[in-house]
Design a protein around this ligand. Structure first.
Ligand SMILES: Cc1cc2nc3c(=O)[nH]c(=O)nc-3n(C[C@H](O)[C@H](O)[C@H](O)COP(=O)(O)OP(=O)(O)OC[C@H]3O[C@@H](n4cnc5c(N)ncnc54)[C@H](O)[C@@H]3O)c2cc1C
Length: 143
């Protein structure tokens, strides 16, 4: 029996389930894809995301696998000076493919005791007192 069920095993779902686990909440992530995607969408983390990773714990793992770029001129190679006196301990962009980000966040979530069920799609939910208010279906043999 889970206190919280999260639909979607992307960075948001994995980060959220880790936060819930840090507060002792019994939580599950349902991910419809049987395997992690190999498509790289995001190419890096910006200062605020890096700060959050630092505050919540997993930053060292990201720094070990990422590459730091100065802030100025990073976007589309536009020649722009780095902004002065940014109020952050992390004034850089961390280049790291989203596939790696997803993997690191999923690993941390399971280390914290979260369950991740791949190949399970949330197909409906209802508010009731029943034991199973959530409907899911297998999208693969792993589900
Ligand atoms: C082409 C492209 C390029 C991008 N480039 C950048 C970039 O350069 N830098 C940057 O910072 N960001 C970039 N982004 C944005 C970044 O990829 C997203 O912000 C990030 O993936 C959002 O994370 P998420 O967890 O909210 O959603 P997602 O990563 O989309 O994860 C959602 C997950 O939920 C699953 N799901 C959906 N419905 C269900 C259901 N009913 N039941 C179970 N599972 C379900 C999906 O399979 C998916 O795995 C890009 C996005 C795209 C599309």
């Amino acid at each position: 029996m889970f206190d919280v069920i999260i639909a979607g095993g992307g960075p948001t779902g994995f980060m959220l389930v880790s936060e819930l686990r840090l507060h002792g909440v019994h939580a599950l992530v349902l991910e419809k894809d049987a395997e992690p995607t190999r498509i790289v969408r995001a190419l890096g983390l910006h200062a605020r995301s890096i700060e959050v990773m630092d505050q919540r714990g997993p930053l060292e793992r990201f720094l070990a696998l990422g590459r730091q770029y100065p802030l100025g001129g990073f976007f589309a190679g536009i020649d722009k000076p780095s902004p002065d006196r940014l109020d952050t301990a992390h004034p850089y962009v961390l280049g790291i493919p989203q596939t790696t980000t997803d993997r690191l966040l999923a690993k941390r979530a399971t280390e914290l005791g979260a369950e991740i069920w791949r190949g399970c799609e949330l197909v409906g939910l209802s508010q009731c007192r029943a034991v199973r208010p959530v409907s899911r279906r297998r999208t693969s043999a792993h589900g």
